[in-house]
Design a protein around this ligand. Structure first.
Ligand SMILES: [Fe+2]
Length: 326
């Protein structure tokens, strides 16, 4: 396994040298930055496995660097240990708010330093493993989608539509990410549905429809052991529920169906109508909206969310730029 890369950010040369003397003999690959600006350059060149970060520095302070690290999707899971002579709680709280993972007061104790470094690096290792597993699962979701030769880029398009509605509703970053993942993973359970059923150019028999109806539960069960998918599970499991309780798999009704689920459901129905299916051609936007409004009247979909689908007239026919979604 390659040596863990640690970026040391401190304006005092003596501190950087001391950290190098302690950590290099333990096999870590150390890089140094003498202030916040140099730290950002080093972070742009390569992503470290851990950052040891001083707070008070010229040009750009540690708070700002910490904020940059934790707001960039590429580096936000990199652990940050803040090195400070400040023993005042407000400064520590500010660093915690910005996402710092741990603290060390200067002058630091060698054993305390090496213990915290080792423990955060092992956490980072597990995070990397998870990222890999999550990436594999995402690839599987897209392969499953690819089997359904009529849906094209359905999952990513769904994620985009859902995020756009989430933004119109003023939802926060966490909800927008959940909507994006809901778009990608909602039909993962179709892995359990045969190609013959998935691509049947005619209405399904009751038996075939019963198999098709298992896909939300199958998909949710596949993802339920991943704690980071907790917020996405309801979107996968319940994206075929209807507000009047006539959907599946649980027959949830009204307020039992969370807002994010209603969003995914509405954009899923819209996209199903707006793209070609095995048994019919793609419908024009106005026809899709007419059908959706009729189904709102039947008590199936959320009226306000369906109303927000109207600006998709152009998006549905243009070449959508794919994300960065949020
Ligand atoms: Fe589905």
């Amino acid at each position: 396994m390659p040596a863990a890369r640690i970026l040391v950010v401190d304006d005092e040369e003596g501190n950087r040298r001391l950290l190098r003397e302690i950590l290099e003999p333990l096999g870590y690959d150390l890089r140094e930055a003498a202030d916040g600006e140099e730290a950002l350059v080093a972070l742009a060149e390569s992503t470290p496995d851990l950052v040891l970060l001083d707070l008070m520095m010229p040009r750009r302070d540690g708070y700002s660097v910490c904020r940059e690290i934790k707001s960039d999707p590429r580096t936000r899971l990199v652990p940050v240990i803040v090195l400070t002579t400040l023993d005042q709680m407000p400064d520590k709280l500010k660093a915690i708010e910005l996402g710092a993972d741990d603290f060390l007061n200067k002058p630091f104790h060698t054993l305390e330093l090496t213990t915290r470094v080792r423990s955060l690096l092992s956490l980072k290792h597990f995070t990397d493993e998870f990222e890999h597993a999550s990436g594999v699962l995402q690839s599987i979701a897209l392969v499953v989608e690819g089997r359904d030769r009529y849906t094209g880029d359905h999952c990513r398009r769904l994620g985009q539509y859902a995020v756009r509605i989430g933004k119109l509703l003023g939802l926060g970053q966490e909800d927008l990410e959940t909507l994006w993942l809901g778009g990608i993973f909602h039909d993962l359970g179709k892995i359990a549905v045969s190609d013959a059923v998935l691509n049947k150019p005619a209405p399904l028999t009751p038996e075939e429809f019963a198999v098709m109806k298992t896909h939300p539960s199958v998909g949710a069960d596949l993802c339920k052991s991943m704690r980071t998918m907790d917020r996405v599970l309801p979107l996968i499991r319940h994206h075929h529920e209807k507000l009047d309780g006539s959907g599946y798999p649980a027959g949830l009704a009204g307020k039992e169906i969370p807002l994010l689920v209603r969003i995914i459901t509405a954009v899923d129905v819209y996209d199903a109508l707006a793209t070609a299916r095995p048994y019919r051609k793609a419908l024009p936007h106005d026809t899709c909206m007419k059908i959706l409004r009729e189904e709102v009247s039947k008590g199936w979909w959320d009226r306000d969310i369906v109303a927000m689908l109207d600006p998709f007239r152009h998006a549905a026919t243009s070449n959508l730029e794919l994300p960065s979604p949020v």
